[in-house]
Design a binder for this molecule. Structure first.
Ligand code: NCD
Length: 305
């Protein structure tokens, strides 16, 4: 039995298989519409979410399965002091697979060590978010036709942005990848990611605070929200939140085939005027997330189609 806590647990072949399954689901949705009949997905969300939770639930429903769960810590027994380990043991009696989001880094890992069913990390604090990465990978693949030989700019909150950490860890395995890390000094990529992922794999990267200067060389621009809930003081958040606002003018020097991604929710960092630009991919990314979660559920439940 396997869980998915960190994107690096999937090897390159497995990622390719998940992409292929998702592409097949897109082409043949009927073939998959009953394959999880009688199976249950539990969504245990201790932190707010719109996309991730609903997309897991929609994914399971489109596979013919059922869903149960809670969407905030205060409606679970965590509010009475139950540990994550105990919650995981209990839910193992009711469901076949768990998707868990938690504000504490490592909580889904603890759950996976105590559950008797697969656990999917649906975001743990400022750490990782592997299923958002699966959505990002399918989006990049469908937009660019490849996952290698790309210059990828990450812009905004690279310190607390868990989607950034997971996508960098996933892309580091492909050849010809270069990262441009665009952030204010205070929100730079954590050293552990630089050391364990970038340096270890000899990945070229540059750090800059200047989005417009970086723009012309980018194939992918991954915008992020400044993660207000992870700041220790409001003053810092207010000072940094509007540092980068992507608008139509800033795209003037961008490549014609740039793909603009954002895990959403968006606050101010992409002006709505950009939504009509053909390079804006963030709403397609949402849909891709559902297909990849369907593919992942099938893999972890070992359902043969
Ligand atoms: C992201 C997250 O939760 O980390 N959202 C998502 O799952 N699509 C990004 C964010 O909250 O900024």
């Amino acid at each position: 039995m396997r869980s998915l806590i960190d994107i690096r647990e999937l090897d390159t072949k497995e990622i390719e298989q998940l992409l292929n399954t998702a592409l097949d689901i897109i082409d043949n949705p009927k073939k998959y519409s009953k394959v999880c009949e009688g199976k249950k997905l539990a969504t245990l969300f201790f932190e707010p979410s719109t996309r991730t939770r609903l997309s897991f639930e929609a994914a399971m429903m489109e596979l013919g399965g059922n869903v149960l769960g809670f969407s905030e810590a205060k409606s679970s027994s965590a509010s009475k002091g139950e540990s994550v380990a105990d919650t995981a043991k209990v839910v193992s009696c009711y469901a076949d697979i768990i998707a868990m989001r938690h504000p504490k880094e490592g909580a889904p890992l603890v759950a996976s060590l105590n559950a008797s069913i697969p656990v999917i990390n649906a975001g743990d604090g400022g750490h990782n978010h592997p299923t958002q990465t699966l959505a990002d990978l399918l989006t990049i693949y469908r937009e660019k036709g490849r996952l290698d030989n790309l210059t990828i700019g990450f812009c905004g909150d690279l310190k607390f942005g868990r989607t950034v950490h997971s996508l960098i860890a996933a892309m580091a395995r492909y050849s010809g990848i270069k990262f441009v890390l665009i952030s204010p000094d205070e929100l730079k990529l954590p050293d552990y990611t630089k050391k364990d992922v970038l340096d270890k794999n000899n990945i070229p990267y540059e750090e800059t605070a200047d989005l417009e200067a970086a723009m012309p060389e980018l194939d992918i621009l991954y915008m992020t929200r400044v993660q207000q809930e992870r700041f220790f003081n409001e003053e810092d958040y207010l000072r940094l939140r509007d540092k980068y606002i992507l608008n139509v003018e800033k795209l003037e020097n961008a490549k014609d085939d740039l793909a603009i991604l954002h895990p959403l929710p968006r606050v101010n960092e992409i002006s709505v005027g950009v939504d009509d630009d053909k390079r804006a991919c963030y709403f397609k990314q949402v849909l891709n997330g559902k297909y990849m979660r369907m593919a992942l559920i099938l893999k972890l439940l070992e359902v043969e189609v």
